[in-house]
Design a protein around this ligand. Structure first.
Ligand SMILES: [Zn+2]
Length: 386
């Protein structure tokens, strides 16, 4: 089946009381057929600026779901997960160098690798959802939840999160979630216990980070997911993040037996793990029977690979965070604690500035994945009751 082309439009005018007033000035991408069915094609000018009329014509909620799942999966298996040996045998520094060279080269051509969702933030799905009169986001009123998360890919990552990151977070009253590889390297349980005892959360990050769980057959997939069972019990784990953010329908379906939520789909994935990937939404949603909490801010690894400095990354986080907050989304930041990512002095300094920025604004509220799920579901329960 041919996939319909999307039309990038800029929202020029919106009535002040419109549910999409937050999107004024933003660029979104919408299927031509949706614009046509809703009669909005006539509200586009020659430069694809869209004026939203006072009366919003009916739009099928199915169009919202289709747009959300359009680039949500990484259906193609990346080379890294097809190698006869784990790609992690390639030294991390060499992998970083390859990524950096590729990223610098690609930075100038975002129209190729971020057509949809657009980089660094694309809220097309949330725009379309509000436009078609769906239930308003439970995060539209009240402060925007901010979730801090780390992927612990190595013993160094675990050491650094406890020694360098937690204190910064605790200083501003935040608690983070750290997704750990369960079967890749010997885990220092003393450090993980300390992290949990200090009020932070533990989540699971795949099996051995060989990038295979999302693509292997059901039996193998199950075996790999069961590899985390002991950790799940010991640390009351409720969430999963897939290594390299690789996700398939079969993986998400299998996760629901083990977890309450998944957080492996970026809002705007950019270049990695595959170009043009993401769900184009910053709101939690149901997919394959599990709740997905999208990673809504640009991640440290992507920013670094594109050659952005820690200070530039900070500006991305602040700017995107504000747009997400206005739209009724959830701010989710992913940083890696290894020194080659965010566990170095300049990157930690940018991270601290971001923490202080969030703390100093009454727009935001430090939150945990469990609290986000509760706020999303409480609203559903109230609505059902009324
Ligand atoms: Zn990882």
């Amino acid at each position: 089946m041919e996939i319909e082309r999307l039309i990038p439009v800029r929202i020029r005018e919106v009535p002040a009381d419109s549910p999409v007033a937050w999107a004024k000035g933003m660029q979104v991408s919408l299927p031509r057929s949706t614009l046509e069915k809703a009669g909005l094609i006539d509200d586009l000018d020659a430069n694809d600026n869209l004026t939203i009329p006072a009366e919003i014509p009916p739009i099928n909620p199915r169009d919202v779901q289709d747009l959300r799942s359009r680039a949500a999966y990484t259906r193609r298996q990346p080379v890294s997960s097809r190698l006869p040996v784990s790609y992690q045998m390639v030294p991390a520094r060499l992998r970083s160098l390859i990524a950096l060279v590729m990223g610098r080269w690609k930075r100038r051509r975002p129209e190729r690798w971020a057509t949809f969702p657009r980089w660094p933030l694309d809220l097309s799905v949330d725009f379309l959802s509000d436009l078609c009169g769906s239930e308003p986001s439970p995060f539209r009123s009240g402060p925007t939840p901010v979730l801090l998360s780390h992927d612990l890919d190595s013993p160094e990552g675990l050491k650094n999160v406890v020694r360098k990151f937690l204190e910064l977070e605790e200083k501003v009253g935040a608690r983070s979630s750290s997704y750990i590889v369960p079967c890749g390297w010997p885990i220092d349980y003393g450090l993980l216990d300390e992290l949990k005892d200090r009020g932070h959360e533990v989540g699971i990050h795949g099996y051995d980070h060989a990038n295979r769980t999302a693509f292997c057959d059901p039996d193998q997939q199950r075996e790999r997911l069961e590899g985390a069972s002991e950790l799940i019990q010991r640390y009351d784990i409720i969430g999963y993040r897939s290594p390299s953010l690789l996700r398939t329908p079969s993986l998400l379906k299998s996760l629901r037996e083990f977890y309450r939520y998944d957080t492996s789909i970026p809002t705007s994935g950019g270049l990695f793990p595959v170009p043009n990937n993401g769900c184009s939404s910053a709101r939690p949603f149901q997919i394959e029977g599990i709740v997905e909490i999208p990673i809504s801010l640009p991640r440290d690894g992507s920013l670094k690979a594109l050659g952005y400095s820690p200070d530039e990354s900070l500006q991305f986080w602040i700017r995107c965070g504000e747009a997400i907050s206005r739209s009724g989304g959830v701010v989710v930041l992913l940083t890696h604690c290894e020194a080659r990512f965010s566990g170095n002095a300049p990157a930690l300094d940018a991270y601290r500035h971001f923490l202080e920025h969030v703390s100093g604004s009454n727009r935001y509220l430090w939150s945990t994945p469990g609290e986000v799920l509760e706020r999303a579901f409480e609203k559903t329960r109230v609505n059902r009751a009324s």
